[in-house]
Write a protein that binds this ligand. Structure first.
Ligand SMILES: [Mn+2]
Length: 351
């Protein structure tokens, strides 16, 4: 019995290991045999999307390859100091021919928002298990805390020295995707890689200052107005806020100034789930959902054609402010109650 269990555990770990290595080896082989590459990530790029794209850019350059990073949206202010950020080409379409285009942390081929991307040889690199296998090559590692960690592994696999440029880009990916090593995707391996990156010349305090302390004053003006709208349900577990077009205008704020606001209510201990409704045109609200623990907000976002991950998701709501808020708050309240119901049942069963 115990031999059998041992054998099957051994077998499955072999399969996982083999699968992972096999996909990585396809990427290595492609890079070694081809010359002209582009790299892209999702619209409204974040630290992992940009850090990993630029890390891969420097890796390819170190091998003497032609490479460029192309994105639909321009680089947010917080990431302008990343090595190579100034070379990123903003374009709505893939307007050149490449041997391959690397698509970094995208759930499907439309996420980069680039016209004609599907006509290229596409390499899908992601650390989300939910990623559709849309690439001609798909390298998915759901155990990685960020794609940045995978780019580091690629350096090792292909034999490229981790230069200071690569290290700064990859470190930015790690520190942003793990919420400064706060989130549950932070593992022993994350710290091991981070440690190697510091050895390669990264100054963690400098990166953190560039990324987290580089906001415009207009962000504060907008934040103060949005936080003033924060409400919670009687249990204190569900919170919601709104951001109107008028607020953005009066604060003279840019689109990216509003990034991250949704996380503030979660810093209150009893708050378990948050919605931020952001008016994009009158009667249309881009809605961000965040949760703690096992409350799945992606499932709620999906009801409105959106999506995301268990603890971070988004969707678009329509209608009057009050009606839209009531709808989403009811669903969030139900999700919290259902979860607590499950917990009570488990405790009953245990007793
Ligand atoms: Mn990521």
């Amino acid at each position: 019995m115990s031999d059998k269990r041992h054998a099957s555990a051994h077998h499955s770990s072999l399969i996982t290991h083999h699968f992972f290595v096999d996909m990585l080896s396809q990427v290595v082989e492609l890079i070694e045999s081809k010359q002209r590459f582009a790299i892209t990530s999702h619209i409204r790029p974040d630290g992992d999307g940009l850090g990993s794209s630029l890390g891969l850019y420097w890796l390819l350059r170190a091998l003497g390859k032609e490479a460029e990073v192309i994105t639909r949206d321009s680089v947010p202010y917080s990431y302008r100091k990343l090595p190579g950020a100034a070379h990123i080409r903003v374009t709505p379409e893939v307007d050149r021919d490449y041997d391959a285009v690397f698509v970094i942390e995208c759930s499907d081929i439309t996420r980069p928002g680039l016209i004609d991307l599907e006509k290229q040889f596409v390499v899908n690199i992601d650390h989300h298990a939910t990623s559709a296998l849309f690439g001609d090559i798909n390298w998915i590692d759901a155990t990685a805390s960020a794609v940045g960690e995978m780019i580091y592994n690629l350096c090792k696999a292909i034999g490229v020295r981790v230069t200071k440029e690569i290290a700064e880009c990859v470190y930015t990916a790690l520190v942003t995707d793990t919420g400064s090593f706060h989130y549950s995707n932070t593992t022993e391996r994350t710290f091991k890689v981070a440690s190697e990156l510091v050895k390669a010349g990264v100054k963690p305090a400098k990166v953190s200052q560039d990324v987290f302390s580089s906001y415009a004053w207009s962000k504060l003006g907008l934040l103060s107005q949005v936080l003033a709208t924060a409400r919670r349900d009687p249990s204190g577990r569900v919170a919601w806020m709104r951001q109107t077009m008028e607020m953005q205008k009066s604060a003279d704020a840019t689109e990216e100034d509003g990034d991250g606001f949704v996380n503030y209510p979660l810093t209150v201990s009893e708050v378990e789930v948050v919605a931020l409704l952001k008016e994009t045109t009158p009667g249309v609200y881009r809605t961000s959902l965040r949760s703690k623990g096992d409350i799945n907000v992606a499932r709620i976002a999906e009801k409105f054609g959106g999506g995301g991950h268990r603890n971070a998701a988004g969707c678009t709501l329509k209608g009057e402010w009050e009606e839209a808020e009531r709808t989403i708050v009811r669903l969030l309240t139900e999700a919290v109650e259902r979860r607590n119901g499950d917990r009570d049942r488990t405790e009953d069963a245990a007793a």
